[in-house]
Design a protein around this ligand. Sequence first.
Ligand code: APR
Ligand code: ZN
Ligand code: ZN
Length: 361
Amino acid sequence: MSQTVKGVIARSKNAEVEVVDIVVPDPGPGEAVVAIEACGVCHTDLHYREGGINDEFPFLLGHEAAGRVEAVGEGVTNVEVGDFVVLNWRAVCGQCRACKKGQPWYCFDTANATQQMTLAEDGTALTPALGIGAFIEKTLVAAGQCTKVEESDAAAVGLLGCGVMAGFGAAVNTGQVTRGESVAVIGCGGVGCAAIAGAKTAGATTIIAVDIDDEKLGNAKAFGATHTINSEKDDAVEKIRELTGGFGADVVVEAVGRPETYEQAFYARDLAGRVVLVGVPTPDMELTLPLLEIFGRGGALKSSWYGDCLPERDFPMLVDLYKQGRFPLEEFITEKIGLNEVEKAFDTMKGGKVLRSVVTL
Ligand code: APR
Ligand code: ZN
Ligand code: ZN
């Protein structure tokens, strides 16, 4: 028995999103149906709509979500009906080379549901954003995409499913920030602010926020930045060096995804510092760096993909920190909206003034 529910799709490149009827099959082996309670609006959703990811329209958008397991298929053991879960787009296989090497955050073969959700009007199969698709009343996922967490506010903890995890993990998992270190974060949107909050949680004592927007720098302070730099007014690299005894930061997190900010990140680190790249560039972007500088600087240059997270390890931990008042998840929520307001949320996002719009159901 399938069921028909409301969900938000992008039908074709750049077309406005629509709320339509979608058929959700009962979960097959290894699958679960989750009643979505909240789902954040992420840049990647807009990117799908703009055709920037692939051409597999129509897309079922939304991928940063929390909800309750409504049904599970055969062989599912990690979650049960009624569990409160955060969805993830990294259900690792345990079998590939990366998993076997003990580096499952590089898993080559992450699981998605094998059945498909379809348009009620004509049976067209939908491509779920990042294998999730959560701007919908109920969604079908692989059971491994569900991580059980303690009961908590869905709008807040749903954000762990993508941007906040990416930022926190960039600082804590990829950057390995430790107590007493200096951290510079370039770009203070949702991802950058999560990196700042992560650095604070890890015990960094100097946390420098860099942005071109003073309002974003104000946000950054609320998340734990000890210093701010407006890089349109001041030279970010010079200022970061000044604030770190002339050395550069132990860890620099780049959370913009542009050549000039990649370059700043490269030069703003201490000679033995780590640069973490979490901002996603477009395919046309290039950066030239002197080889001697690359050679001459030790430390590390690392990209961070989904904050190198392991959902089973990191989501419950972050929910605990949130519930203990040590990680301000609700501060990322700029507005709560309905399913029919996703298009408007994209406009607000383009205006650059939100951290996160969150669809609540
Ligand atoms: N220098 C510094 N900050 C900049 C610059 C720049 N040249 N250009 C833009 N910014 C700032 C913006 O003002 C904004 O505060 O970067 C921030 C980007 O934030 P958002 O647009 O909210 O994006 P966010 O969701 O935080 O994602 C940032 O990380 O995971 C990736 O795909 C994501 O590439 C994106 C990046
Ligand atoms: Zn694997
Ligand atoms: Zn996302």
